[in-house]
Design a protein. Structure first.
Length: 353
């Protein structure tokens, strides 16, 4: 009995000594890392705000023993996820506040549950002046509990160095993942259909073929502003109609148009012109993704024309309808462009779209 009594006191002394030792150690820590990502702030925020996306770029996901548990809600205030790992133990993370496209406040718990106080994690999203890039800051600060101090000591983990390295690698991974996601695209050949045409307002200009997108974007913006300022209703997506296309000189003349429900009578000094597109039979191809893939979409259209024995009607304009684009959709992978190439044959059987 004396042996067990002495053993008990010995263990008690060791426990008290350990508690006193680690209790006097400074457990405060603070880590902050940042990166500039070549992506709009909305795209970056939407990626980070959903915990399910983290498995694609979180450096800790390389742990083969890691088991992640997701609830039904993984995005926005109150969302969370938890994990178990032979290497890192168990823990959880929760979003406390979410301010879209600006900031996220979260808490992380090491070797505990969501009921614990945890440590504060902050995300800050700052767009640059162009709106095309985002300065992303990611920080964590807090104070280790006695149990966490002991755990970190036993595992020989320098909390600040460990988190800093993890954050740096994860941010680089996040940048790479976003570049891949934003470059995703698909091309669908719809085939023969009918473009209904109708009234529209437009402006025309000439440019190099490689500069159409750069010139068309501000023209569309100016035309929309003019219509909104003058209470002119918009009845569809903006489009470009090609009036001429000179391959030898890399030049083109095109109109930028926005549909209206009826004919609009404008004064002589108006910055816009009223036009009318006739209904045409055309081959339709839809590009989902960046406009840099338009050439591939046109190649797909040409192949369809050749395979179907159809000829382009050179007297009519090819039309590109920007069904989904900036500023409504910041993610280029979700842009949608419908191409209509008019064909010569009359009485063509069309498909119902």
């Amino acid at each position: 009995m004396k042996f067990f009594k002495y053993l008990f006191f010995l263990l008690l002394i060791v426990f008290i000594g350990t508690a006193l030792y680690f209790g006097t150690q400074d457990g405060k820590f603070s880590v902050k890392e940042q990166i500039e990502i070549d992506a709009p702030v909305q795209v970056v925020f939407n990626e980070v705000s959903d915990f399910k996306n983290w498995e694609h770029w979180g450096s800790w996901m390389k742990d083969e023993s890691l088991k992640i548990h997701y609830p039904e809600n993984t995005k926005g205030e109150g969302s969370f996820y938890s994990w178990e790992s032979e290497k890192e133990g168990k823990g959880a993370m929760q979003t406390i506040t979410s301010n879209p496209y600006d900031s996220l406040t979260q808490k992380i718990i090491f070797n505990g549950s969501l009921e614990d106080e945890g440590h504060q994690v902050l995300w800050s999203f700052d767009p640059d002046v162009t709106g095309k890039k985002t300065n992303l800051r990611w920080s964590m600060n807090g104070e280790l509990s006695l149990i966490e101090k002991v755990y970190m000591a036993v595992k020989k983990i320098d909390i600040e160095a460990s988190i800093s390295e993890m954050y740096q690698e994860s941010l680089q991974n996040l940048d790479s993942v976003l570049q891949v996601k934003m470059n995703e695209y698909s091309i669908e050949v719809i085939g023969l259909t009918q473009h209904s045409g109708g009234f529209y307002l437009y402006n025309s200009t000439a440019s190099k073929q490689t500069e159409v997108s750069a010139k068309a974007a501000p023209m569309i913006s100016q035309l929309k502003s003019f219509m909104n300022e003058n209470n002119i209703p918009i009845d569809g997506s903006p489009f470009v109609a090609y009036l001429s296309w000179d391959e030898m000189n890399n030049s083109t003349i095109f109109s930028v148009g926005i549909p209206t429900p009826d004919r609009v009578i404008l004064p002589d000094n108006s910055p816009a012109i009223t036009g009318y597109l006739p209904s045409i039979s055309a081959v339709k191809v839809t590009l989902s993704g960046k406009l840099t893939y338009l050439d591939e979409a046109y190649e797909a259209a040409e192949k369809y024309l050749n395979d179907s024995g159809l000829n382009k009607d050179e007297n009519l304009s090819i039309i590109e309808v920007y069904a989904k684009n900036l500023p409504e959709e910041p993610n280029p992978a979700k842009w949608k462009t419908d191409i209509y190439i008019p064909v010569e044959q009359e009485n063509i059987e069309t498909i119902d779209l």
